[in-house]
Design a protein around this ligand. Structure first.
Ligand code: PMV
Length: 365
């Protein structure tokens, strides 16, 4: 599939108005996407677990404008309140998506969105939010073209979500999603995420992710600023190469259920992401003292208990603790006894691998 395959040639049906609701999950990258080219093309391939508990629900209501229009017309509500500061991001998304969704100027839209996680938790909602919104638009497009097949609909939703926020393209389906061209992954694409196509051992089918909220404040560096820091970065080429290698290294790890090697790759990816930020111009330290306390405490516990928990990080101070189902009692106890003390207001979120977005309701007239 190339970009032009997502440009519709016409619509079979007319819709005057309607409402649709989708719930889409967040995701956590094991191999990180950090650095992008024009048009939201990733500088390197990435791989993520789709999450479950952390998600965004979006309701899209649409009504045909009398004489159509050339501009976009929409109202935006976040958790029941008008949300003007989200407008520029949505406006940009509309203009990027317009060639692929020509009906965007034909309707007035009302977008109502809410997150399952607290607003100030330091958890970015852009992945789940853009995924949910893209699915709502694809649902509308499927009503205009009822013959559209579901695989195409999901693939185009991933394609559109990427235009809104790169990693959002990994939030449409579950449970292990790969995005970005990789020579050893058939069907891999810079334009959308795909199901990881190789064998995945049972142990990875119900992995847990407990998110420790170390710093619930607003992100210090937005991800678009962060990605730009990779332009002209002294280590960029090696880093991009390393992401390709790590995806190759994960193939036997997933097939065999090799947890030790999984830990080595996942933790190294997290620290490399932060190393890139520490060595860019300008430089940033996004970890907090408690992030390091947690990492050291995890390492000590893992050694003495011979368990398989590990950590990963996003572009912030919060820590994702990943562990297999068969160790959950031990790890929960450890988190409660030793890690919660490092969380802001002792807050954390228990999440786990999820299986993708869901349609909540639909009502067309
Ligand atoms: O999708 P963006 O542009 O917000 O970038 C997300 C980047 C990381 O979360 C740090 C890594 C990743 O692959 O999700």
């Amino acid at each position: 599939m190339v970009e032009n395959d997502f440009v519709p040639t016409g619509y079979a049906v007319q819709r005057e108005r309607g409402t649709v609701t989708w719930k889409a999950p967040s995701n956590i990258a094991l191999v990180k996407y950090w650095g992008k080219k024009e048009n939201q093309i990733p500088a390197n391939p990435s791989l993520s677990f789709t999450l479950d508990a952390c998600n965004t629900t979006t309701t899209l209501s649409f009504i045909k404008r009398e004489n159509g229009g050339t501009d976009f017309s929409f109202d935006l509500f976040f958790e029941g309140k008008a949300k003007e500061d989200f407008r520029p991001k949505i406006e940009l998304f509309f203009s990027r998506a317009k060639p692929y969704l020509p009906f965007l100027t034909d309707y007035h839209f009302k977008i109502e969105t809410s997150n399952s996680f607290p607003h100030s938790s330091g958890i970015a909602s852009s992945a789940s939010g853009m995924a949910a919104l893209s699915l709502c638009f694809m649902d509308l497009e499927k009503q205009l073209n009822p013959d559209m097949d579901t695989d195409f609909m999901l693939q185009k939703a991933s394609f559109l979500a990427r235009l809104g926020s790169g990693s959002a393209c990994r939030s449409i389906q579950g449970d292990l999603i790969q995005w970005g061209t990789h020579s050893e992954i058939p069907g891999s694409s810079n334009h959308y995420g795909i199901h990881y196509p190789f064998k995945v051992h049972e142990v990875f089918k119900n992995y847990h992710d407990t998110i420790l909220l170390v710093d619930k404040g607003k992100k210090q560096v937005s991800s678009s600023v962060g990605h730009n820091l990779m332009h002209g970065h002294p280590y960029a080429d090696n880093r991009f190469e390393q992401a390709h290698e790590n995806i190759s290294r994960l193939k036997p790890v997933f097939a065999e259920g090799n947890l030790k090697e999984f830990i080595n790759i996942v933790e190294s990816e997290a620290l490399t992401l932060h190393a890139m930020m520490m060595t860019s111009v300008p430089y940033f330290v996004l970890m907090k003292p408690n992030t390091l306390e947690i990492i050291n405490t995890i390492w000590e516990f893992r050694k003495e208990s011979n368990t398989n928990l590990c950590f990963t990080l996003d572009a912030g101070a919060n820590v994702h603790v990943l562990y297999p189902e068969f160790e959950k009692e031990k790890v929960h106890q450890f988190i409660k006894n030793e890690l919660i003390v490092f969380c802001e207001k002792e807050q954390y979120i228990c999440d786990r691998i999820g299986f993708g977005a869901k349609k909540i309701n639909i009502a067309y007239k």
